[in-house]
Design a protein around this ligand. Structure first.
Ligand SMILES: [Zn+2]
Length: 366
């Protein structure tokens, strides 16, 4: 069976939050709004203004810390006790994942409003839960993607540009991983084979990143919104999200998970690490040099790492070995690239990718 999953409605535009009431019409009149103290400062006033003179009431819940199962269950109880009809998550990945989980347990619709576009989580049907110390706990697989995803491009343009670049790293991997799944006949992340649409949405990620990635990063550095930035926001938030779930994941994300075994890499953003792990996947595929160079050129142009020293880390054989072992755990998506992959080959590819990225930086790999 082939399957594609996507959000019910995707909205993107400047100052969209001014019209929050209008665009969420029909999904409820009492919203639980989960956001951080900073998110409240950035969006609270405009949200309150948008529901003035309407039937809608907003209950604000201030979020801090991690997306945990306990928090999700507590908010879901609050929804039932206060007759909340829909939940809204405004912020980064942790808040959005919490809101999706709350909607799932409270059995009500969810509206997702990302304030940065550093990962491909906003449109996905997955929540990642941690403990309060930030250690991975479990995945929560949801029946559906969010009902409404609302991206205010003015808000995103004012976020630090490093987050935008990280989101581009995550989106770049989307294409190479979907292509690997197609070649090997592997399943996607929503329990079926990829449809034409799933794979093509992933391909559009790489096309638009090459065309608009650098211009978008430069616009974000100045805090301004341009057509190029608009395109990259859609790439990072929608195309990458639907593309990875419905196109499938392979070695880049499998190896990125393995890299969490290296404590020195914990301060590196998810999408930054995924960008480097895409180069590792290309080494495993023995990709043509021109393709490898196009990826290296792109990463360098937007400030994504191409070697370990770009991430402030000096590789050690034992740590790389531990990373490769973790990447090759049973059920890992690395096997979507090649069912016969071994920790030895992954460890070798990590070291080789590091060497290629280092020599590229020195001008010797071209
Ligand atoms: Zn990712």
């Amino acid at each position: 069976m082939k399957i594609l999953k996507s959000p019910g409605k995707y909205l993107q535009g400047r100052d969209l939050l001014e019209h929050f009431a209008e665009y969420t019409q029909g999904i409820g009149d009492r919203f639980l709004v989960i956001l951080s103290a900073n998110g409240m400062k950035r969006t609270g006033a405009v949200l309150k203004r948008s529901v003035q003179n309407t039937e809608i009431t907003l209950d604000f819940a201030e979020f801090a810390g991690e997306c945990t199962r306990a928090k999700i269950e507590a908010y879901a109880r609050r929804c039932k006790e206060s007759s909340i009809t829909a939940v809204v998550g405004i912020g980064g990945g942790k808040i959005l994942d919490t809101a999706k989980g709350v909607a799932h347990f409270a059995e009500i619709p969810v509206v997702i409003v990302p304030t940065v576009c550093s990962t491909d989580s906003p449109c996905s049907s997955l929540s990642v839960m941690y403990d309060e110390q930030g250690v991975f706990d479990a995945y929560l697989f949801l029946d559906t993607c969010p009902d409404i995803v609302m991206v205010d491009t003015g808000v995103i343009a004012r976020a630090p540009s490093r987050f935008l670049a990280a989101g581009m790293g995550d989106a770049m991997a989307t294409w190479f991983e979907a292509r690997a799944c197609l070649r090997s006949g592997s399943p996607n992340q929503v329990g079926g084979l990829p449809t034409i649409a799933g794979t093509e949405l992933a391909a559009l990620c790489w096309k638009y990143l090459q065309e608009n990635g650098l211009a978008a990063k430069l616009a974000a550095e100045r805090g301004v919104c341009t057509a190029a930035l608009e395109n990259i926001i859609e790439v990072n938030t929608y195309l990458s999200s639907v593309g990875f779930e419905s196109g499938g994941l392979a070695a880049a994300h499998g190896i990125q998970k393995g890299c969490t075994a290296i404590p020195e890499l914990h301060r590196v953003l998810h999408g930054e690490l995924v960008a480097f792990c895409t180069i590792v996947q290309l080494v495993l595929e023995n990709a043509p040099r021109a393709e490898l160079l196009s990826v290296l050129d792109f990463c360098k142009s937007v400030g994504l790492p191409v070697c370990f020293s770009d991430m402030g880390y000096q590789p050690e054989a034992d740590a790389i070995r531990a990373c490769a072992e973790k990447a090759c755990r049973p059920g890992s998506t690395v096997y979507h690239l090649d069912a016969a992959l071994t920790p030895e080959r992954v460890a070798d590819a990590l070291m080789a990718a590091d060497a290629i990225g280092t020599e590229y930086t020195n001008g010797l790999f071209q």
